[in-house]
Ligand binder design. Structure first.
Ligand code: A2P
Length: 275
C-alpha cells in the first residue's frame, strides 16, 4: 500500500492572532497515549530551561483557537522546541494535536514562564527531579542544560509511570546523554536516572512518594541517613495534582520549603498538563 500524502495543515496570520506560527519538524509516538514532537524556534524566542509555554491549534470551522500550557522539553540553547504530550481521545487539543505531522503548523505562545527553573532554587548539591507521566517534560529540559551540571554535583531524574512502556526517553538517560558530544562527561559523572513503575513488574516499583517513604530512593543513591538534607537537597516536582500535593507534603515533613522565582527555596512544583 502506498502512503497517501496529505497536504500540510497551515495557519493564517489572522487565525494565529498574537501567537507565533511554527512548523512541526518531527513527531515520535511512544505509545497509544504518549507522543513527542518538535517545532521550529523563532529567533526572538527566549526561555529558561524548565519553563512552559502555550501550544495550540486553530479552532475547527472558524472556532476559537485551542491553546494549552506545555513544558518545553528541550534545553534553553536548543535550536528546536520539543514537547512531550499525552493523547486524550476526546481532549479538545490532544485529540487533534496527536495527528500532526512534520510540515504542519502549530501555534506557539509568546511568553514562556514557570517555576521549575534553577533560579527558583537555593544553591545546593543534589538536584532531584520528580516527574510522573508527562511531568517528565520540564526535566528533559533541565537535565540537558549544562547550567544544571554547573550548579549541582548530582542530578537525579525520577520518572514514575504506571506501565513500563510509558518510560519514554529511557534511551536518552541511559545512553544518549552519556554519549553526548558536549554533555557526555558531566552526565556520566553527575546524572542518575531512576525510573519506577507502579502497575506491573519492573526493577524499581512503587510511587515516587513510596520510594522516599520506604527509603529505596536513598538506598539507590547510597544516602545513609535515608532522608533529604535541607542543607544540600533541592527538588523539582511535576505531575498530577495529587502527586504534587502528596510529594510536597512529604518534602515539608523532611524540613524543606517551597520556593518561587521571587523567593528561591528548597523545592518548586508545577502541575503537568492534562487533556
Ligand atoms: P499509581 O499507579 O499507583 O496510581 P498518572 O498517569 O495517574 O498521572 O500516574 C503516573 C504515575 O504517578 C503512576 O505511577 C501513579 O501511580 C503515580 N501517582 C499517582 N498519584 C500519585 C500520588 N499522589 N503520589 C505519587 N505518585 C502518584
Amino acid at each position: 500500500m502506498n502512503a497517501v500524502a496529505t497536504a500540510p495543515v497551515l495557519i493564517s496570520p489572522e487565525q494565529a492572532g498574537p501567537n507565533n506560527i511554527e512548523t512541526v519538524l518531527w513527531v515520535k509516538h511512544w505509545t497509544d497515549h504518549l507522543f513527542s514532537f518538535a517545532i521550529t524556534r523563532p529567533a526572538s524566542f527566549r526561555f529558561r530551561s524548565g519553563e512552559f509555554v502555550m501550544i495550540g491549534l486553530p479552532g475547527v470551522d472558524g472556532g476559537k483557537n485551542i491553546l494549552r500550557a506545555y513544558s518545553i522539553a528541550s534545553p534553553s540553547f536548543a535550536e528546536e522546541l520539543e514537547f512531550f504530550s499525552i493523547k486524550v481521545e476526546d481532549g479538545p487539543l490532544t485529540s487533534r494535536l496527536q495527528q500532526i505531522k512534520a510540515g504542519d503548523q502549530v501555534l506557539l505562545g509568546k511568553k514562556p514562564t514557570g517555576t521549575l527553573v534553577l533560579d527558583a532554587l537555593k544553591p545546593g548539591k543534589r538536584l532531584f527531579l520528580f516527574g510522573t507521566g508527562t511531568g517528565l517534560a520540564p526535566f528533559l529540559s533541565v537535565a540537558r542544560d549544562p547550567d544544571a551540571y554547573a550548579a549541582f554535583e548530582q542530578i537525579i531524574v525520577l520518572h514514575g509511570v504506571r506501565q513500563v512502556e510509558e518510560l519514554a526517553y529511557r534511551d536518552l538517560f541511559t545512553r544518549d546523554l552519556l554519549e553526548d558530544e558536549y554533555l557526555g562527561e558531566e552526565a556520566t559523572r553527575q546524572l542518575v536516572y531512576l525510573p519506577s513503575v507502579t502497575r506491573e513488574p519492573f526493577e524499581r516499583q512503587g510511587r515516587l512518594t513510596t520510594l522516599v517513604e520506604n527509603g529505596r530512593l536513598f538506598d539507590d543513591l547510597g544516602i545513609e541517613a535515608r532522608q533529604f538534607d535541607a542543607r544540600y537537597d533541592r527538588i523539582m516536582l511535576c505531575g498530577s495534582m495529587a502527586m504534587i500535593k502528596d510529594t510536597a507534603a512529604l518534602l515539608e515533613s523532611h524540613g524543606l520549603k517551597e520556593g518561587s522565582n521571587a523567593e528561591p527555596g528548597d523545592f518548586v512544583l508545577e502541575r503537568a498538563f492534562v487533556g
